[in-house]
Design a protein around this ligand. Sequence first.
Ligand SMILES: Nc1nc2c(ncn2[C@@H]2O[C@H](COP(=O)(O)OP(=O)(O)OP(=O)(O)O)[C@@H](O)[C@H]2O)c(=O)[nH]1
Ligand SMILES: [Mg+2]
Length: 483
Amino acid sequence: MKRWSQSDTIAAISTPIGRGAIGIVRLSGKDALSIADKIFLSKDGRKASTYKTYSVHYGWIVWHHASNTENSRHKTPACPAGRHDTGRKIIDEVLLTVMREPKSYTKEDIVEISCHSGILVLREILDLVLASGARIACPGEFTKRAFLNGRIDLCKAEAVMDIINAKTRLALESGVKQLEGFLADEVRKIRERLLEIIVVLEANIDFPEEEVGPADKKAVNKNITDAAKRINNLLNSAKHGKILREGIAAVIVGRANVGKSSLLNALLKEERAIVTPIAGTTRDAIEEILDLKGIPLKIADTAGIIEPRDLIEKEALKRTRSYFEKAELVLLVFDSSARLTREDRQLIKKAKSKTTIAVLNKSDLKAKIEEAQIKKYFSNMVRISCLQQEGLKELEEKIIQSVWRGEIGAAQEIVVTNSRQIQAFKNARDVLGRAGDSLKGNLSIEFIAEDLKLCREHLGYILGEAVEEDILDKIFSEFCIGK
Ligand SMILES: Nc1nc2c(ncn2[C@@H]2O[C@H](COP(=O)(O)OP(=O)(O)OP(=O)(O)O)[C@@H](O)[C@H]2O)c(=O)[nH]1
Ligand SMILES: [Mg+2]
């Protein structure tokens, strides 16, 4: 991969492509303002490079046939009256925002051109900006600069990505908390604690016997235990972080006609899947995302075919199986107005090994299935009627409970969200454990101090200290272009 220079001025379309009222082309770098001078014709007749920071200006983006030379540009400010001047074309009427270094997102000069959104306009402005001396930004490069220029730590940069990708309010809140610095603060506090112990230990190193004295030993041990506890708490939060970030994959299974598609529709509160009294209505699995009190639930309605009779049914069964295997949560639906069939029993056998909620549908009809028959296999059971919209709240509650598994989850202040952080915390925990053992075993102080320093390094990695360039590239490449 080509290494781009940090000193280039970068540009990108920062708003989603598609129809919208406003689109933004963003520039960052030392030439951002001089590039703006070349292409922006202001209403007030001034050059962009003379504007104060945090100011917004009205004008036009213009394209000059005869290369972008200095002379022709700002002679005729005013308005697009000169729109048909030979040699000059107005591309769009815009607002230009100037944010000067160092108080900007990247700590560099930033210019944002807010134009009419539409891919042609945006593309033309971007092309003009590129032709005037900027280069196209790599994904996440604005945020990468914010990090490299010391405006944000890596935790915060990653929080920006979590915020962009958040699918539910809860995921968003967790991202915002990380951006506010909760996680980074906690990591810093633990690191400070460790540093205190290292200082105590190093003061002892010069003693000939190189063993920690009893008073210090107690204090060091307390600090190690405390740091380990805090790291473990953070690691425990990772389960919730993963759920908030990636959601939970759930699948609705059951034999034909029990009301699987009706259940999907009831949960989504819309007529998403086709529902008919004909067995085998659903063939192709339908997947949707549901925001269940902040949990992004990826839920799939599947075909109820269990013994396929033709090629289509065979394929349908294959898809159901694949969703079933991937699912972290199974909603096994029964028609409670009919006795358990052989097919029901087959499915029970399969679902026993998974986290399953048994859903007894059609509770509006006379029950032919005894609860005990189901409770034998699944402790989690709920009666519902999709037709009468009954029991759905209870089912949602059961889903939430089985996702959080009785842990508070959602209310947690700090949530570790990604695998890079998790790995660093695990490494930190391991070396800390080793330091604790060495202390108990009266090993040399140097060993203990070394491990504590290593632990600090692992924690520093979370903040972005000493992270190698290619890892940074990988992190930022997951961002969208323009952020
Ligand atoms: N009485 C009653 N009928 C229901 C209820 N839920 C669904 N049904 C009916 O059961 C029939 C089958 O519903 P679907 O949702 O299509 O069932 P399915 O499990 O998706 O069926 P396949 O896609 O064929 O596997 C339809 O006629 C629904 O109207 C319910 O709670 N009570
Ligand atoms: Mg169906």
